[in-house]
Design a protein around this ligand. Structure first.
Ligand code: SF4
Ligand code: SF4
Length: 197
């Protein structure tokens, strides 16, 4: 019967008129975002990065490209390579965070953004200069040290590189520079070091 159906429908409308709406008027209104949200704008601390490329190896989509220069950084054991290229293709990223979990030095952190829409996919590639220049506001996801410090990417000060890690810096004590004789001695002792003088 049509009349009963209309009355039932009007009843549903009247009941919901008094309820608070579930939706918000984005982008004028925004819901609070948790500090652990995994979003764009990866935060990278050059000072903490050794150029080990673990993040690139663990990315299941293979969208991180790292090129390092062994001669440009600290060549001794426990040192680091200079990172020339660090590209992250956000257009294909699924924000799983495995790259962040794989970083042994807490150099890479998730970001918190979600509004990097653009007309060209290539504009979504983050490069090393962008990573260097970005304000350091890491997500606290997979970073208990940031949670303990009550860091929040949306409020408060940026996180400085010394505060970003689980381990105090320096994580590897720097060795004094070796003389060529010392290097040769080590090479002959365990065969692990090749002197290229
Ligand atoms: S978040 Fe996941 S998909 Fe994105 S770069 Fe990291 S490992 Fe790759
Ligand atoms: S960000 Fe971390 S995992 Fe990636 S190269 Fe640097 S130290 Fe290695």
């Amino acid at each position: 019967m049509y009349g009963a159906g209309i009355l039932r429908g009007l009843g549903v409308t009247l009941r919901n008129l008094a309820r608070r709406p579930f939706t918000i008027q984005y982008p004028e209104e925004r819901v609070p975002q948790h500090p652990r949200f995994r979003g764009q704008e990866f935060t990278w601390y050059e000072q903490r990065c050794t150029g080990c490329a673990s993040c690139a190896k663990y990315c299941p989509l293979g969208i991180i490209r790292i090129v390092t220069d062994p001669d440009g950084g600290n060549e001794q054991d426990g040192g680091s390579y200079k990172v020339d290229v660090f590209d992250i293709d956000q257009a294909r990223c699924m924000y799983c965070g495995l790259c962040v979990e794989a970083c042994p030095y807490d150099a890479l952190h998730m970001g918190s953004g979600f509004e990097a829409a653009t007309l060209r996919r290539e504009d979504l590639v983050i490069n090393v200069d962008m990573l260097k220049a970005r304000e350091k506001r890491p997500s606290t996801w997979f970073r208990p040290q940031l949670e303990r410090a009550k860091a929040d990417p949306h409020h408060g000060d940026p996180v400085e590189w010394r505060e970003a890690g689980r381990e105090p810096f320096p994580w590897h004590p720097k060795r004094p520079a070796q003389t060529p004789e010392e290097m040769d001695h080590r090479a002959s002792a365990d065969g692990s070091y090749r002197s290229e003088r």
